[in-house]
Design a protein around this ligand. Structure first.
Ligand code: PSU
Ligand code: MN
Length: 305
């Protein structure tokens, strides 16, 4: 089994029972956001977690070592070229000594759990892709949420997924989906997908209580946080851009892992780059809420209601 190497700061915080928030590295690499927005995203998310009274713990595989918590002078390692590492790839990245394995949600949640970290912050989750009934393309992120005892905080799932099926999958897998002060499952760049979340929560203490009372010891929670009102993109414009981009993928044979960068590029172009600040704002907001939840879990204080 993996034994991640924690930074001194993260190890000290975990020993002392202080709040720690795990982070992924795919979104901060060239695979997730263009430079220099990726560096800004990382800086803002780290700062939001610290401002919230928690210790940020970036996960990655660097020089074949599973890392939890990077020093600031190591951040450049994940900002450049990287290989995408989902949960199943982590062992391979170690065995083969990958320079930089950028961890997706599934890998990050698995690594967080192995280090004893209870809360993880991301931008958007992977999920069930449109057309999955023929391609079978369902992100390993969903199974990881069901398999590891971690609260994952996200602004819903990637914008161009089949969100209804993503929610069905999470229901089947036994993962509670909680909406942070919101009734709808968010759709990343927009606050509402039109689909309801299973349960709405108002406080971090409430999330902590749910976390304490899961019936399966190794299941997690998905806490969805809508993008802040002022940063939301126009839902109608986004829907038509998405449909056009996906049709273009179909027509030109773009499939699998190539779909995400292509569609994100089309969204950025169609919104005159407006999707990038929106992406940063939602990631930072998720980090802020994750810190609040981590502090509540670490405090052990669970006032009801
Ligand atoms: N959402 C985005 N951009 C991304 C991702 C999610 O808007 O780059 C990344 C996350 O790291 C997530 C991963 O875990 O994509 C899921 O990839 P896949 O669908 O291949 O499982
Ligand atoms: Mn996939």
């Amino acid at each position: 089994m993996i034994s991640p190497r924690c930074s001194e700061e993260v190890a000290d915080a975990l020993d002392a029972g202080r709040a720690v928030v795990a982070m992924e590295s795919t979104i901060y690499s060239e695979l997730g956001l263009p430079s220099p927005a990726n560096a800004e995203a990382l800086r803002r998310c780290v700062a939001a977690i610290r401002d919230g009274g928690a210790v940020p713990a970036v996960t990655a595989v660097i020089d074949g070592i599973v890392r939890v918590g990077l020093d600031d002078d190591e951040h450049h390692r994940i900002l450049g070229p990287a290989r995408k590492a989902a949960e199943r790839d982590v062992a391979v990245a170690v065995a083969q000594g990958w320079d930089v394995g950028a961890t997706t949600v599934s890998a990050s949640v698995a690594i967080a759990a192995s280090a004893g970290i209870s809360v993880f912050a991301t931008g958007g989750l992977g999920g069930v892709h449109r057309g999955a009934e023929t391609t079978g393309d369902v992100s390993a992120d969903l199974d990881a949420l069901a398999a590891h005892h971690v609260v994952s905080v996200s602004a819903g799932a990637k914008a161009f997924l089949d969100l209804a099926r993503t929610l069905e999958h999470l229901e089947t897998a036994g993962v509670p989906v909680l909406g942070w002060r919101h009734d709808d499952f968010p759709a990343f760049y927009v606050r509402s997908s039109g689909l309801p979340v299973a349960h709405r929560v108002e406080t971090a203490a409430e999330v902590a209580r749910v976390f304490d009372n899961l019936t399966r010891p190794s299941t997690g929670i998905l806490l969805t946080v809508p993008i802040p009102v002022d940063d939301e993109l126009d839902p109608d414009e986004l829907a038509s851009v998405l449909d056009a981009a996906l049709a273009e993928c179909d027509a030109s044979g773009i499939t699998g892992a190539a779909i995400t960068p292509f569609v994100l590029g089309r969204i950025a172009a169609a919104t005159d780059g407006g999707s990038i600040p929106a992406n940063l704002a939602l990631a930072e907001n998720n980090a802020r809420v994750a810190a609040e939840v981590a502090v509540a879990i670490a405090s052990g204080d669970r006032p009801r209601g």
